[in-house]
Design a binder for this molecule. Structure first.
Ligand code: LLP
Length: 418
């Protein structure tokens, strides 16, 4: 069941007519479907039911506390990459023992915060980080649970900005160096080796790169075993893609089957860090048409959302379906959908065939649940938009729009300018 659907020409989210929300909440706003979020999580989680596993939702894809709570209540954990994300995960009541701390540049204070929290493990990405982790753990007189993020050098065939597991990428330790690092870690008094990790990229729509990466991890796991290092956790990262346009990514069940068959009977707990596949198609950005312009060469639809609200099209050239919230009989035109920001890169679609919408009409920018709000900024001193969660026939504001005071909070004027 798809939860963003037209009924009599009106787009609904679950049982709520989106235009009704726009009567009460000023556009632009993010809108999420609770039913979709929980179904996506559950389908993903159940796909791995044959193995001991933890689904650590990748907080960077959508960090709203209410949304994290949905997954926490369904038994999920969190993959965090900063002290801020850890703080959010805790606010969402995610159990510390289900939180993995990833990221190539963890600071000392972030490491200390995570050690005090008692997270499940640190996915360590360099020798230097391992030493700092050991030192911080020593100060606190604890042992830090470590896994190395290994760079498997497989090509996930996705956008170059979101490929992470190639040799030339900054992520992880080289797989040829992993054994040496594990042996070093073994001798550190405040490190407890517990796992191995990788993450190859995002919006991956084929199975093969995942299986290749897992095969490499397994080879290392056995090598380590031979050296007397027993691991408990194998973390395969996130990355499973979704349909934005015509992509045909494997269903989570197929993805899980391919992975489970490699790990069955081996006695490891599998960790997964999905983000996009859970939230991407569970959220949209609703925006209003401000103006339309016909130039000699181009039609422009100027909307009230900008690249500061949803940067993916500007940053990656990503495709997002755009559809009217109220369908009417209209001629189709070819137009660019653009925002109010003072940059030519501020667009949501280029040369897109769309109905000839008029000023005041609402548009839905689809598949905006992942890396939408979390990448929003205040560029052009625009308040970030509200986030709304729909459950059945009710909607809840789970984050208010920022106001002008929020935008200047923390700024101060030095004496000589007073
Ligand atoms: N784990 C790690 C270590 C990651 O770096 C990422 C994403 C994930 C898990 C979750 O990946 P997912 O399941 O969402 O593909 N802003 C870009 C995507 C950047 C992904 C960065 N890492 C976009 O909007 O497409």
């Amino acid at each position: 069941m798809h939860h963003f659907q037209y009924r009599n020409g009106n787009l609904y989210c679950e049982e709520v007519k989106i235009s009704d929300i726009a009567e009460e909440v000023v556009t632009p706003f993010y809108l999420y479907s609770y039913a979709t979020l929980s179904r996506h999580f559950t389908v993903f989680d159940e796909a791995f039911s044959k193995l001991p596993h933890i689904v650590c939702f990748s907080v960077k894809s959508n960090s709203n506390i209410s949304i994290l709570r949905i997954f926490g209540k369904l038994g999920g954990g969190a993959d965090v990459v900063s002290g801020g994300e850890l703080y959010r995960a805790l606010k969402a009541n995610i159990e510390p023992k289900k939180i993995v701390f990833s990221g190539v540049g963890k600071s000392r204070s972030e490491i200390e915060f995570a050690l005090k929290t008692g997270v499940l493990m640190f996915n360590v990405e360099s020798e230097g980080e391992m030493m700092v982790l050991n030192a911080c753990a020593s100060t606190l007189n604890v042992r830090a649970p470590l896994s190395f993020r290994v760079n498997p050098d497989v090509d996930p065939k996705t956008h170059p900005y979101i490929v992470t597991g190639l040799k030339e990428n900054k992520f992880g330790v080289e797989s040829s160096d992993a054994l040496r690092l594990y042996l070093l870690a073994k001798d550190l008094p405040h490190i407890e080796i517990i796992g191995i990790d990788c993450h190859i990229g995002s919006q991956v729509t084929e199975l093969e790169p995942f299986v290749d990466a897992l095969t490499q991890l397994k080879r290392l796991v056995f090598e380590l075993k031979n050296k007397g290092i027993e691991l408990k956790y194998v973390d395969l990262g996130g990355g499973l893609g979704i349909t934005y346009d015509r992509e045909e990514p494997p269903h989570p069940n197929i993805y899980a089957q391919a992975i489970v068959s490699h790990l069955e009977g081996l006695n490891y707990t599998l960790i997964l860090e999905p983000g996009r596949v859970i939230v991407g198609n569970a959220g949209i950005l609703v925006t209003k048409v401000l103006y339309t312009k016909r130039h000699l060469e181009k039609n422009f639809i100027i909307v009230d959302a900008g690249m500061n609200d949803l940067v993916r099209p500007s940053l990656y050239g990503s495709y997002h379906t755009i559809q009217p919230v109220e369908k009417r009989d209209r001629e189709m035109i070819v137009a660019d959908v653009v925002g109010p920001i003072c940059e030519s890169g501020d667009f949501f679609a280029k040369d897109r065939v769309l109905p000839d919408v008029k000023s005041g009409e609402l548009l839905a920018i689809m598949s905006a649940g992942a890396y939408g709000f979390t990448m929003a900024s205040n560029y052009n001193t625009r308040p970030r938009p509200p986030e709304i969660l729909v459950k059945e026939d009710k909607f809840f504001i789970i984050r208010e729009r920022e106001n002008y005071q929020d935008l200047v909070r923390g700024e101060s004027i030095p004496q000589f300018l007073l």
